[in-house]
Design a protein. Structure first.
Length: 55
């Protein structure tokens, strides 16, 4: 989610959304296969794109 700071309005980038969701998956299982060719990897990429568009 975007933040309003003393420096102004800061949006999360698509990569930041992706990295955050990736870490959530890895916190559950460090060996989770999150390669972009897997269903979970594709879901993460889609989520990051959608979240950054909504931000």
């Amino acid at each position: 989610m975007a933040q309003l700071t003393a420096q102004g309005y800061k949006l999360k980038t698509q990569n930041e959304w992706y990295d955050e969701e990736r870490q959530l998956y890895l916190d559950i299982d460090a060996d989770w296969n999150l390669d972009p060719s897997t269903p979970d990897g594709l879901k993460m990429a889609h989520d990051a794109e959608a979240f950054s568009a909504l931000d």
